[in-house]
Design a protein around this ligand. Sequence first.
Ligand SMILES: [Zn+2]
Length: 69
Amino acid sequence: MMPTHAAATLPHSRPAPVHEHAWLAESTHNTSEGTVVYVRCAAGCGARRVDLQGPANVPASAVSKVVGR
Ligand SMILES: [Zn+2]
């Protein structure tokens, strides 16, 4: 039998590199394409994204890749 609780003893010094980002809108800009929304992760991981919200009832879509983690 091998001890398996090594992971539980790691120091919790920084957030996990991968998690469900909690996007928080920082600013919005109305353009002819729709509303551009600049969002960042509210969890403080530093990730940012730019969303484009269409003029109609189109769900927001990410127009940029996630920057940072
Ligand atoms: Zn995040």
